[in-house]
Design a protein around this ligand. Structure first.
Ligand code: UD1
Ligand code: UDP
Length: 382
């Protein structure tokens, strides 16, 4: 009998970190042929993840250009996918999350009348421009998808509220599956500078910031807040792996470079990043993925945004919205740096985003849909 052909499509760093474990899980199933097409919306940051997880794509659309526009990404993905789909003839296409690759991958599958599975489905802010363009990407992808793999029960509720009743599976987030393979107590960093950080003596603040809706004034405010914290506090070291986006690089050069106690470094491998998070004191970020990883590692997070589509860790008390105003960010960070009680309130490990078995549940659900397994997998409960 011919195997079921499942094609995973992704293109950015976070999609790769969250999809590589699933590509491998699917490959371990005897009835499935696990195929992989990368759009390479990101180039270096994607390749680094593929290397860490040992995944070799069957197709590489290689679309990235410097300062690409949203139209560049979407149109190149769509055109590139035509050839990939014709050559690989998948029964189902899996996309992940909310990037331009996600939406274009789902749209291409629809044009080819191929079923779509949406991994990390059902996250919402209900604000069309925040995050931009991700909120609309995920709504459009939900409209196309045939199977919805939600990380949490709250994500499922969002889809139900929007009128979707069937084919929703609560699986946990595959990022927790990834974390389980990368974080180790005896880990030695690939970047030597990280092995030499004064972990015991100083408070290591791990920072990332890259969102398009933060470009301009919000990013200026965020970077000036970081500068102020670093200048005023001798007991901290800031470690900031700077995203390769030229818009981000320019802002960092302008507002943060040269400040004392700030390590501006290249993007880290997933292994280095996850283990640095495990050893740091506090995370300041506008990233989606970090908001899911840090709680699992017991690290408080200040979110450098006005909203979040990940309210579960806010409810659990380990994540707080700090906003994008310099004074607010400084006040909230200083409180956590100086007030031990306040810090301890936030620094406890919670796992609203998964138990490390999301990939198994997703693969089981796909097998069930195609008659390779009798029972529908049980939903994940936090
Ligand atoms: C993209 C996603 C965003 C996700 C983020 C994760 C969209 C619209 N945005 O945003 O949802 O949170 O990835 O990081 O899909 N670049 C490089 N090398 C790389 C990666 C990026 O040089 O490996 C530079 C290029 O100049 C590129 C620019 O960064 O044009 C922006 O990349 P892009 O994918 O368009 O946007 P991100 O901000 O990375
Ligand atoms: N990450 C990484 N190296 C870095 C910064 C982030 O490996 O220098 C990882 C991080 O641990 C998480 C993912 O990349 O797994 C998040 O990606 P990003 O913040 O770019 O995107 P988002 O999650 O906001 O879409």
């Amino acid at each position: 009998m011919e195997k079921l052909r499942i094609l995973s499509v992704f293109g950015t760093r976070p999609e790769a970190i969250k999809m590589c474990p699933l590509v491998k899980e699917l490959a371990s199933r005897p009835g499935i042929e696990s195929l992989c097409c990368v759009t390479a919306q990101h180039r270096q940051m994607l390749d680094s993840v593929l290397e860490v997880f040992g995944v070799r794509p069957d197709r590489d659309l290689n679309i990235m250009t410097p300062r690409q526009t949203l139209s560049d990404i979407t149109s190149k993905c769509l055109l590139g996918m035509d050839e990939a789909v014709d050559a690989l003839r998948p029964d189902m296409i899996l996309v992940h999350g909310d990037t331009s690759t996600t939406f274009a991958g789902a749209l291409s599958a629809f044009y080819h009348r191929i079923a779509v599975g949406h991994v990390e489905a059902g996250l919402r802010t209900y604000d069309k421009y925040a995050p931009f363009p991700e909120e609309v990407n995920r709504v459009l992808t939900s409209a196309i998808a045939d199977m919805h793999f939600c990380p949490t029960a709250g994500n499922r509720e969002n889809l139900i509220r929007e009128g979707r009743q069937r084919d929703i599976f609560v699986t946990g987030n595959t990022v927790i599956d990834a974390l389980k393979t990368t974080v180790r107590p005896d880990y030695r960093f690939g970047l030597e500078e990280l092995n030499r950080l004064p972990y015991g003596e100083k408070k290591i603040l791990l920072v990332t910031c890259h969102r398009r809706e933060n470009y301009g004034e919000p990013m200026k405010q965020i970077l000036l807040a970081l500068r102020q914290i670093a200048e005023e506090r001798q007991d901290v070291e800031l470690v900031y792996p700077v995203h390769l986006s030229p818009a981000v690089q320019e802002a960092v050069d302008r507002y943060l470079r040269g400040a004392p106690r700030v390590h501006l470094i290249d993007p880290l491998s997933a292994g280095d990043m996850h283990n640095l998070m495990a050893r740091c004191y506090l995370v300041l970020t506008d990233s989606g993925g970090l908001q899911e990883e840090a709680p699992a590692l017991g690290k408080p997070v200040l979110v450098l945004r006005r909203e979040t589509e990940r309210p579960e860790a806010v409810a659990a008390g380990t994540v707080r919205l700090a906003g994008v105003v310099q004074d607010d960010i400084v006040t909230m960070a200083e409180r956590l740096i100086t007030d031990r009680v306040e810090y301890e309130k936030m620094a406890h490990a919670v796992n609203p985003y998964g138990d490390g078995n999301a990939c198994r549940r997703i693969a089981d659900a796909i097998e069930w849909r195609y008659g390779l397994r009798q029972d529908r997998p049980a939903d994940y409960e936090a």
